[in-house]
Ligand binder design. Sequence first.
Ligand code: SAM
Length: 380
Amino acid sequence: MVAKTIFGLEEILAKELADLGAQNIRTANRSVTFDGDKEILYKANLCLRTAGRVLVPLTTCKILKPDDLYKATRTVNWLDYLKADGRMIIDSVVNFNKSFKNSMYAAQLTKDAIVDQIRAKTGKRPSIDNTKPDIRINLHINKTDCSIALDSSGDPLNKRGYRTERTLAPLNECLAAGILKLCCYDGSRPLIDPMCGSGTFAIEAAMIALNRAPGLIRKNYAFMLWLDYEKGLYEKVKSDAEKKSHKSLRHPIIGSDRNKQVIEKAKTHAKRAGLQSIVKFEKMNIIDQIPPEGKGIAICNAPYGERLDEKEIEQLYTTIGDSFKHKYEGYDAYLFTGNLKAAKSVGLKTSQKIKLYNGQIECRLFKYEMYRGSKKFKPE
Ligand SMILES: C[S@@+](CC[C@H](N)C(=O)[O-])C[C@H]1O[C@@H](n2cnc3c(N)ncnc32)[C@H](O)[C@@H]1O
């Protein structure tokens, strides 16, 4: 199987898969391949925090001409996966292949091969259905390498089901969970996000701290419509996951933001996630925020500055650095940003820099260790 992820989170995802009991785990660029049975497949969808989707490969081939794709598609016995008059959707991505200038043509040819095979065997034909397909086929062509897989997730796994409100620049939930893991957050220390926006870090942190599977409130996965779906097995996987979830935190999790409206939205999200009594959200400027006592973790995803002028954004990042220096003694403070220039205005010595992407934007996760007497310093 293949679990897709975000650049920079491959090792974290591999560890998550190992913890679930997956076998033969191998990392690749933005994905991790692994072996496992149906139970592992269900667990992967329900429990992985850093995977975007989980694919079950059906075949791979080399594509030098269009007919290679048609023939490869017909090597799969599609009636194992789809009723003769069933409904399917084909998600296709084509990069750098001379035979296919666009992904639509590749998807069309794949559909033709499936329809021709099933019609020849049964006289009936499946159809394309973009809204309620029985199976979701993932076609990926990169140069001459092609893979055809079943997408077991459907909606991407970052759609946990708790985010309902629209806010500016919310973080992808898988990225937020991955960043928390990169910060070594496991619930054994206080956590604060003083620029929490819609609350993604705080909510994901609560699920990590409580050992709560991120998919527990989600109702649908694509595999639930598969011919071989075992409802009883999925329900067992889900109830095992529920039993492993703790009821309360050992250390506080706080999110704050200067914008009252986004705090209301963060509260709504926490409620939807069933975490309203677990995570505390408050309206507060980072300048006034005092973190909980103890050697905690502070994480903030500062604005990148699209809506601010250069002076304002530099001032904001200086304020972040000043707040970390004066109020976060004993903390590991992290800043996640796509504005690498503004990050210099934080003026603190970084002990770690990790490259990540937020969508297409190249970002960094900066770590500042705020031990007693941490110095502000002037970057060159
Ligand atoms: C990029 S957004 C955070 C998005 C968040 N990670 C999420 O997933 O929704 C940055 C947030 O910083 C907040 N902010 C900006 N300046 C602030 C300040 N001085 N004190 C507290 N919050 C601030 C903004 O209101 C905004 O919600």
